[in-house]
Design a protein around this ligand. Structure first.
Ligand code: ZN
Length: 181
């Protein structure tokens, strides 16, 4: 098994910006620990962030404009700033696999298992899990490293991920206790 940590949309607009979310803020220290663990253990870290084009992106039929490419809102929060050796990709859809080069990168790294972290659980995490599942990846979701806008949607999404895509729902300390070679 070769794993990678995928960090989805822990960017300013989803934490303190237009989609301000205190629940998202709370997972940052745990994600930070997990990323440090990954770097120490040579586990690849892949950030994938919303970087929308103004007006034209399909999401703007549903949501207000957010995370425009090149703006503060689209930047990873300071506490989780990418480090040397991490990969940083951009997306314009919910799924991290839609025209981002993620699949090609993972195949190059010979990764077969994704650890999904970030926000929000019932939107970008869930759509990314679907595309990962369709492509044959195994998926692990530490529940203390993903968040939704409330407890109800968080619980429902975790249940869905487990039931429909066979995601293993766990916690960050559980992952950090294991030896990953
Ligand atoms: Zn978006």
């Amino acid at each position: 098994m070769k794993i990678t940590i995928v960090v989805i949309d822990i960017i300013n607009d989803f934490v303190t910006g237009i989609f301000k979310n205190e629940r998202a803020e709370k997972i940052i220290p745990v994600v930070r620990q997990l990323l440090n663990f990954a770097r120490e253990n040579k586990i690849p870290v892949v950030y994938i962030n919303d970087a929308h084009l103004p007006n034209v992106d399909v999401e703007f039929d549903v949501w207000p404009q957010h995370a425009l490419a090149g703006t503060w809102g689209a930047q990873v929060v300071n506490e989780l700033e990418p480090k040397k050796g991490d990969f940083v990709l951009e997306k314009r859809r919910y799924s991290a696999f839609q025209r981002t080069g993620l699949d090609q990168l993972l195949r190059k790294l010979e990764v077969d298992t994704l650890i999904l972290t970030g926000v929000v659980t019932d939107i970008c995490i869930q759509h990314t899990a679907a595309d990962a599942f369709f492509r044959g990846y195994k998926i692990i979701v530490p529940e203390d490293c993903v968040e939704a806008i409330n407890e109800r949607t968080q619980k429902a999404a975790l249940d869905y991920l487990k039931r429909v895509y066979g995601c293993k729902i766990t916690r960050a300390d559980e992952i950090m206790r294991r030896k990953w070679s």
